[in-house]
Design a protein around this ligand. Structure first.
Ligand code: MG
Length: 361
């Protein structure tokens, strides 16, 4: 099958700079891609790499996109170098949309989703700014909050930690994301403090590329009661298999936009009955729509990290998806639906990806 291929590069200022352990983000860069088949069916996708996470760069994706030329086909997409995972992701999503459009012309088709809606986690800013952001988000119904740590001084952040916990509405959970900023000692100090706090999990306490990272993470996961989550550790080719093989007892944070083979990774995680949290890569509405479709299609199994004694009668756990990130961009045409503690399937389909594409012309 032949496709007409176009791409547009973007560099979009965010509304409010985002501070993480990697530094301050003031803009987001990537590519939107568009495929059109011979019957004028159109599919859109997005390559939104994060080199700090270990992905390729936007320049590499752009060079890969140029090399594909104006017309491309399934074999050329499949033959993209594994390094260009985000570009492959974009083209696979665009092809998937064309396939879905083709199937929807068949009246016999049936859509399969595993959830009517997904709960979302709200991203709150690093440092003291978090305190002002929790009440308005609690007000509209958010009950899971993600706080970036490892950004400032550890003593300051630990000092703030109790204030942040106290600001949470009752029954709410906090996710801490260190983005790999800590060494073993800092991670231990935090995990000791987390033990009797409402912390759902601590994400990537030490760097994915730290020496002995796998043993270190497995050791920390075994030594403390608060579950740990992998995020940056899952970006490279084969990472998901490696961690499943190692018997990772914690959570897998899946940013579908950063995976070259989303379907393959999710199939392996489902087979392993892994605890999965879907998460935004701070991509535009185009990539977010594809990522959220993957989250809706996910079939959660009994989640052993949240209920250690889970038996066969235990209900499956659907954890809040890390997509409470909008409004994100200075230009709202690139945002998904804003400020919602839940997202419904129809909200996802209502995301106007075409408008984002057209906004770049
Ligand atoms: Mg993370």
């Amino acid at each position: 099958m032949k496709f007409r291929f176009q791409f547009r590069r973007y560099c979009l200022p965010v509304r409010v700079p985002i501070r993480t352990a990697y530094g301050v983000w003031t803009e987001r860069a990537g590519l939107l891609v568009r495929l059109e088949d011979e019957n004028r069916r159109v599919g859109l996708g997005e390559a939104a790499p994060i080199p700090e996470f270990g992905t390729e760069t936007v320049d590499e994706d752009e060079a890969g996109a140029r090399a594909l030329g104006e017309w491309t086909h399934a074999d050329a997409i499949a033959a993209l170098p594994p390094r260009l995972a985000c570009l492959r992701n974009a083209l696979t999503a665009a092809r998937g949309e064309i396939e879905a459009a083709r199937r929807s012309e068949d009246p016999e088709r049936s859509v399969e989703d595993n959830a009517p809606y997904l709960p979302l986690a709200a991203l709150i800013p690093a440092g003291k700014l978090a305190l002002a952001q929790i009440p308005p988000r609690s007000e509209i119904g958010f009950r899971v909050f993600k706080w970036k740590v490892g950004v400032g001084d550890i003593a300051d952040e630990l000092g703030l930690f109790d204030d942040v916990c106290a600001a949470l509405p009752s029954g709410a959970k906090l996710r801490l994301d260190a983005n790999g900023a800590w060494d073993r000692r800092r991670a231990e100090r935090w995990l000791e403090r987390c033990a009797d706090r409402p912390v759902e999990f601590v994400e990537q306490p030490v760097a994915a590329d730290a020496r002995g990272a796998m043993d270190l993470l497995l050791g920390l996961a075994g030594d403390y009661p608060t579950p740990l989550a992998l995020d940056e550790s899952l970006i490279g080719e084969g990472d998901v298999e490696r961690w499943i093989g190692a018997g990772w007892p914690g959570v897998y944070v899946v940013k579908p936009s950063l995976l070259g083979d989303v379907a393959g990774a999710l199939a392996r995680l489902e087979k392993a009955k892994a605890a999965v949290v879907f998460s935004s890569a701070l991509e535009t509405a185009v990539g977010a729509r594809a990522a959220l479709r993957a989250a809706f299609a996910w079939n959660p199994s009994t989640d052993s990290t949240s209920s250690p004694q889970a038996g066969s009668g235990q209900a499956a756990v659907r954890r809040a998806a890390g997509f409470g990130v909008w409004p994100l961009f200075a230009d709202g045409r690139f945002d998904g639906p804003t400020a919602m503690p839940f997202i419904r399937r129809e909200d996802v389909e209502r995301i106007d990806a075409e408008a984002a594409w057209n906004a770049l012309s």
